[in-house]
Design a protein around this ligand. Structure first.
Ligand SMILES: C[S@@+](CC[C@H](N)C(=O)[O-])C[C@H]1O[C@@H](n2cnc3c(N)ncnc32)[C@H](O)[C@@H]1O
Length: 480
């Protein structure tokens, strides 16, 4: 974080340390978690689960979590627990620490309240601050004016507004909503979906990691309604691109906190981070994750894409991902990756990574192309109809010889593509559900499916192979 070093009066330093002890470490705080768009319910549950693991027994159930305007509000929480949540959540893109929340009707009330914000409890002296003004349902303020007023105030207090060259400025959210002013420091800094395991950024816009984590969470929860002990050790990711869905599924199955990866969090640099609860938060989270993992825990990722470069990017990210897990959590943990540069409408997804029969639950996650990524310019509904049919064939193939549950999700960019994909499951015994989320400005439909456990046999019957082959030949022509 950018910081201007200044010689400081020891008495001032001493006073600040005392205020930090009393007003931050020694007092319940308020936080706001910002979930991945469309996954607020899942984020609420996830944050509740993480809070239940707090090392302060009394805090585990005392914190109140509530959903309000799509965000998770946390009341009565220790500052160190807010930092833990920031480093452990997979489903939020930011966690804000509320520095002030007060009524502010009109300019003079606003300026009076602004002067009360204890910025020094959050930001080191002279720090660069990136102001994020939000004005909703306020007649008196528009965002630019709001930003200008906050900028004047932070300069007056010896901070400076972030410039384009600043590497990691501290984000400060300043929101006016119905005459209430809320000022909050981001504990994430960089958005939390920048996990730190992506080896390279590719031109094709990948799915955001927090959205991918939301898709995984919702699909697994749906499968667990049918089979409470559903636990997919195999993740099949057709149309994988750079494999975000596969890697987030691995993190969910192994229950890995994102702080295992190489990135920094603003909360580690804030003035309030002096307490040992915050200093040791990352290490404690990793130790807890290691304790939860079985000694030789593993997950098998099968990724297919027509674009070999995208798969190379995925392989590189998967290597960073696995190394971080082995080095920082448990040396025995295995993330087995099989990639295949293939047309997913011609080749079997299951067969691409097949390692024989036996028990096993599986998870299929498909984010087929749309818009510019639709290689062939073909009709979207027709493509999704074929993707749906291919998914159903893969489900049948898996159930042919595995004694387990297979569940999955297809991400559909509009109603016609969703209707087309859904049609493939009409005559099946699969449970189906649809929900929505936002991605790249699109109202995406998430079509989830789940099978029941069924006794299988190995090897799969030959007649089914032929059916798959014939069907695939006609599918493949669409997108190759
Ligand atoms: C929407 S993107 C997937 C993005 C991915 N979820 C990520 O985060 O990187 C769709 C992917 O499908 C691939 N694709 C398009 N047609 C294909 C086909 N017939 N078979 C296999 N992959 C295909 C594209 O190369 C692209 O990587």
């Amino acid at each position: 974080m950018t910081k201007t070093p200044t010689a400081r009066d020891p008495a001032v330093v001493d006073r600040l340390s005392r205020r930090l002890r009393v007003q931050v470490a020694g007092k319940p705080q308020r936080g706001i978690a910002v979930p991945a768009p469309g996954f607020a319910a899942e984020a609420l549950q996830e944050l509740g689960r993480i809070q239940l693991r707090s090392d302060d027994v009394e805090q585990r159930t005392r914190v109140a979590l509530a959903l309000e305007r799509g965000r998770v509000h946390l009341e009565g929480i220790r500052f160190s627990d807010l930092c833990r949540l920031t480093m452990a959540t997979r489903l939020a893109c930011d966690v804000l620490w509320v520095l002030l929340s007060a009524r502010a009707r009109g300019y003079s009330a606003f300026q009076r309240q602004l002067a009360e914000v204890p910025l020094d409890l959050a930001f080191p002296e002279g720090a660069a601050i990136r102001i994020k003004p939000i004005s909703t349902a306020s007649v008196a303020f528009h965002e630019r004016r709001l930003g200008e007023l906050v900028e004047l105030e932070i300069r007056r207090r010896g901070y400076r507004p972030a410039e384009s060259g600043d590497e990691e400025p501290f984000p400060l959210s300043v929101e006016i909503f119905e005459n209430r002013l809320t000022v909050a420091a981001s504990l994430a800094g960089e958005p939390l979906y920048r996990r730190g395991y992506r080896a390279e950024l590719r031109a094709t816009a990948p799915l955001r990691e927090d959205i991918a984590a939301g898709v995984v969470e919702r699909t697994m929860s749906f499968a667990r309604v049918r089979r409470p002990d559903y636990f997919p050790r195999t993740v099949i990711n057709p149309f994988a691109g750079s494999g975000t869905l596969a890697l987030e599924a691995a993190a969910a199955v192994l229950d890995i906190p994102p702080c295992v990866f190489a990135r920094r969090f603003a909360c580690e640099q804030l003035s309030g981070a002096q307490g040992k609860g915050v200093r040791f938060a990352r290490r404690r989270l990793l130790e807890d994750a290691a304790e939860r993992l079985a000694p030789a825990a593993s997950v098998h990722l099968i990724a297919l894409d027509i674009d070999g470069d995208a798969l190379s990017a995925f392989e590189n990210s998967a290597r960073l991902f696995s190394r971080a897990l082995r080095d920082r959590i448990a040396p025995g943990v295995e993330v087995k990756v099989v990639t295949r540069a293939a047309d997913c409408l011609r080749e079997s997804w299951v067969a691409a990574g097949d390692s024989g029969g036996g028990d096993g639950d599986a998870l299929i996650l498909a984010n087929p192309p749309y818009g510019r990524r639709l290689h062939c310019g073909s009709d979207l509904a027709e493509l999704f109809q074929r993707v749906g049919r291919a998914a159903m064939l893969e489900v049948e193939r898996w159930r042919g010889y595995r004694d387990g549950t297979i569940a999955g999700a297809i991400l559909c960019p509009n109603e016609s593509s969703w209707r087309a994909a859904r049609g493939a499951f009409d005559a099946s015994d699969m449970a189906i559900t649809t929900s929505h989320f936002t991605h790249g400005g699109l109202d995406m439909r998430l079509l989830c499916f789940a099978s029941a456990r069924r006794q299988g046999h190995w090897p799969p019957p030959q007649v089914q192979e032929d059916t798959v082959g014939t069907e695939r030949d006609s599918l493949g022509r669409l997108c190759s």
